[in-house]
Design a protein around this ligand. Structure first.
Ligand code: TRP
Length: 408
């Protein structure tokens, strides 16, 4: 077996990431067709393509969330971002785009943690820089279209006071040896890192948000379940959280895990802000997007046109096709490209051209929306305030397809 490392701060291995093995090693469950069907019947509309296409591929206790929802009991969604850079890349957008869909589908409250403290402890970043990146990133997150009525975004170094009771309780329940075993800390790691897992765990418990839920009554708060959509590398934090939930007298948070969007170079890598030329940033121009895809996106197409016509592309290693599975939501069109490209009727250049257009539209649309986000908006989203647990839905929300058509 080749070595495969997936931790919150390192994703590496030879060749492709073996997601089946991660499910086994982490002890989570593959998202089944039955679960997707149950989600669809709960929300009364189609599941997001990322669920159907296995991009969100693994879960813990999603059935518990659905059971609560079906009974009209409350749950909320918690996700986050480590503000290590000023601009987000496409890979960073995956959890937020999906979380925004969850909010529309379930009408639920979303809380978003900006871990400026984490990035200060781990990266070569100045304190003020990390705090500033957090606010810049908040604008990108708001631009995803979250509801101002039921979304709370918080920066750890601001919100720490309210979180502190839970942080200190979690910290007391977590031994140094657990932290070392799960996160690989050593003697030379600073002590801030040893405490940080408690800070990322705290938002999994509703009492971290007394203003949002409008009560400090633990008997009420303990009934509110938490669902965490995240990339699979964040799972170690939540394994520890789930282990201590019972002793916190709280339900274990549920999870939906995403695969990593590979870098343009392909197999085995995840898109990284620190490796130049391998990522598409949400600040890129149309020209940059076109150039990066054409120049760097690893192709599974054959060396010559003749060979391609005869053999077809190897879709397993083809980055442009892999990206289409993320960003082309039309199932029929995707299937057509899959067939034509793998059977040699399409060339890499044609597939790349389709991808370039989709990503240019997506990134330009994001830039437009981000431009409209004001400091006042940021302030509103970052103000702790009371929210209704569920939006009262008067009519069924649009399906993903309808939403897209409406935009085009
Ligand atoms: N640690 C995450 C990162 O570096 C940020 C984060 C905090 C997060 N809380 C979360 C991510 C909850 C997913 C879910 O990006």
């Amino acid at each position: 077996m080749t070595e495969q490392i997936v931790t919150p701060w390192e994703v590496s291995g030879e060749g492709e990431i073996d997601y089946d093995r991660l499910i086994k090693d982490f002890g989570s469950n593959r998202i089944s067709n039955e679960l997707i069907a149950r989600i669809e019947s709960a929300i009364g509309t189609k599941a997001h393509p990322w669920l159907k296409r296995g991009i969100f591929f693994s879960e813990r206790d999603m059935n518990q969330i659905l059971a609560s929802y079906e009974k009209g009991e409350p749950f909320y969604v918690y996700t986050g971002r480590g503000p290590s850079s000023e601009a987000l890349h496409l890979g960073h957008m995956i959890p937020f785009t999906f979380t925004k869909w969850l909010q529309d589908a379930f009408g639920c409250i979303v809380v978003i943690q900006l871990t400026d403290d984490e990035k200060f402890l781990w990266k070569d970043l100045k304190f003020d820089e990390a705090r500033r990146f957090a606010l810049e990133n908040a604008k990108d997150i708001i631009a995803c279209g979250f509801s101002p009525e039921r979304t709370f975004i918080f920066r750890d170094t601001d919100y720490i006071h309210t979180m502190y009771p839970n942080i200190i309780k979690i910290a007391r329940l977590t031994t140094t040896s657990t932290a070392r075993a799960v996160f690989g800390f050593t003697n030379s790691d600073n002590i801030g890192k040893h405490v940080f897992p408690a800070i990322q765990a705290a938002p999994s418990f509703a009492s971290t948000f007394p203003k949002i839920f409008g009560t400090t009554d633990e008997t009420v708060l303990r009934k509110i379940r938490c669902l965490i959509p995240c990339a699979i590398d964040q799972d170690p934090y939540f394994r520890v959280t789930r282990d201590i939930a019972k002793r916190m007298k709280y339900p274990k948070p549920s999870l939906l895990h995403a695969q990593f969007l590979p870098s343009l170079h392909g197999a085995g890598s995840k898109m990284s802000a620190s490796v130049g030329g391998t990522s598409i940033f949400m600040t890129d121009s149309k020209k940059q997007i076109k150039k990066k895809i054409n120049k760097y996106a690893f192709s599974g197409g054959r060396a010559t046109v003749e060979e391609q016509r005869e053999l077809g592309a190897d879709l397993k290693v083809d980055v442009p096709f892999h990206y289409l599975c993320y960003f082309l939501h039309d199932d029929v069109e995707l299937e057509r490209i899959r067939k034509d490209y793998s059977e040699g009727r399409m060339l890499t250049g044609e597939v790349k051209a389709i991808l370039i257009k989709i990503l240019q539209d997506l990134v330009m649309e994001h830039q437009e929306k981000r431009k409209d986000v004001t400091d006042k908006d940021v302030e509103l989203f970052m103000t702790p305030r009371y929210m209704e647990v569920y939006e009262k839905k008067s009519e069924p929300i649009a399906t993903v397809e309808e939403t897209r058509e409406g935009k085009e």
